[in-house]
Design a protein. Structure first.
Length: 218
């Protein structure tokens, strides 16, 4: 099964998000999951060429479960309508930097960075931005980086973090509570024969950004 089949399955799931339909289509799901795991394995192999921290990572441990945690959710639909994976040293449990892929009907993207770092890591990242902001700015202002990702994304504080002045030259970045970049992908790009190569090139463009964050927390 190719990625077109994966998207078709997810589209149907989005219209039939219930256990009865899922159980009747479980073999399709398992085939889709196997296709996605295989894709993640290829991406790991490509990323390892410029980020050796992912060498030997099991792609199965990078893929998020399709079951939703609905215990405290208003939306009680039992399944996610996407396939997602975090490629990092500890797979989906990575607390440091990583590389992400998300496949969902009409919304596909890849990217890198760090999502909701722990308080100590967040403090260290902000300290590194304070001390070495010029290096980060050079990474973010590189034309190819900006064309591919735009700007850093993530939830921000409404004001300056404690200990930093509101007029700090890097205040916009310091206000972030997550630090990641994304590239939206069309279905045509996702299902193209050269998708893996193009995705790896995109991840490589996020490599210096990830390394800056990694240096800050290590």
């Amino acid at each position: 099964m190719g990625l077109s089949g994966v998207i078709e399955f997810l589209t149907e799931l989005s219209h039939n998000n219930n256990k009865e339909w899922f159980d009747a289509n479980r073999k399709r799901y398992e085939a889709c999951r196997a296709t996605f795991i295989s894709l993640v394995g290829e991406l790991i192999e490509g990323i390892a060429a410029f980020d050796p921290s992912v060498i030997g990572v099991d792609p199965r441990k990078c893929v998020f479960r399709i079951n939703r945690d609905i215990r405290f959710a208003k939306d009680k639909t039992p399944y996610k309508t996407n396939f997602g994976a975090l490629i990092g040293e500890q797979g989906k449990k990575t607390e440091g930097t990583g590389y992400y892929i998300h496949i969902a009907p009409g919304h596909h993207f890849i990217g890198g960075g760090m999502y909701k770092p722990q308080p100590d890591s967040l403090a260290n990242i902000r300290q590194e931005i304070d001390y070495n902001g010029a290096s980060l700015k050079e990474i973010l202002d590189e034309p190819d980086f900006k064309q591919t990702f735009g700007q850093v994304r993530g939830e921000q504080l409404k004001t300056a973090p404690k200990g930093y002045p509101k007029d700090h030259p890097m205040i916009e970045i310091l206000r972030y509570k997550s630090f990641y970049v994304l590239r939206e992908m069309s279905e045509g790009e996702l299902t193209a024969k050269n998708f893996v190569e193009e995705a790896v090139r995109t991840y490589a463009k996020a490599g210096k950004f990830n390394q800056f964050l990694k240096n800050a927390i290590n």
